[in-house]
Design a protein around this ligand. Structure first.
Ligand SMILES: Cc1cc2nc3c(=O)[nH]c(=O)nc-3n(C[C@H](O)[C@H](O)[C@H](O)COP(=O)(O)O)c2cc1C
Length: 185
């Protein structure tokens, strides 16, 4: 069977993406929050996350200076925070103060705080950065993960159902739907 296909010009079309709020801080700029959809798990040993930030963002200078960041995972109920941190700039607004959020202590980092109100906080140290063009890819080695008891199941594992994460596709947020076990035929 032939499937009819249309060829699109080169563009970023992958979906769904995770939505995260990254917290960062430097001596020069203080603490800030930025919403990112271009973020992903890239390596297990050493555990590594990649985040891609446009150099025009205030957060770019902060991560570039401090070489640290925390990936904070929001739940669907926190989508208004996610949007605010994705449209306002830390150049003009103290996002922590404006939203009444708490910059908590990261266990392993010197500068970047955790976003305490989010249940999962992944602390990262930048190991490499690559100027890709419109965005800089920061590779962050995970040094510790703080997890609220509220999203742990009875076996002490992170429950995606309890965490209720946000997926992003086509400029819209989605909650995860039904779960299906992996099947081999
Ligand atoms: C859902 C969503 C996803 C976003 N993803 C990215 C991203 O992956 N990389 C990026 O540089 N900006 C991204 N942005 C834009 C920044 O979050 C936005 O420009 C923010 O205001 C920058 O804040 P800052 O200047 O305080 O760093 C996204 C915004 C939204 C709403």
């Amino acid at each position: 069977m032939t499937i009819s296909k249309t060829i699109l010009k080169p563009q970023t079309s992958m979906f769904p993406l995770p939505v995260v709020v990254v917290s960062c801080a430097s001596e020069e700029h203080g603490a800030n929050l930025i919403t990112l959809a271009w973020a992903g798990t890239l390596c297990s040993i050493p555990p590594t996350i990649g985040i891609s930030i446009n150099p025009l963002r205030h957060s770019h200078a902060i991560v570039d200076q401090s070489k640290e960041f925390v990936v904070n995972l929001p739940s669907v109920s926190q989508q208004d925070i996610v949007t605010f941190c994705g449209v306002e700039s830390g150049r003009n607004t103290d996002k922590f103060a404006h939203l009444g959020l708490t910059a908590g202590k990261a266990e392993t980092l010197k500068y970047a705080p955790i976003l305490a109100e989010f249940a999962i906080n992944i602390e990262c140290v930048v190991t490499r950065q690559v100027d890709l063009g419109s965005h800089t890819l920061f590779l962050g080695e995970i040094k510790a993960t703080q997890v609220s008891d509220s999203v742990l199941d009875k076996d002490g594992k992170i429950s995606t159902r309890l965490a209720d994460p946000i997926a992003y596709a086509g400029s819209r947020y989605y909650a995860l739907g039904d779960a299906y076990p992996l099947r081999r035929n």
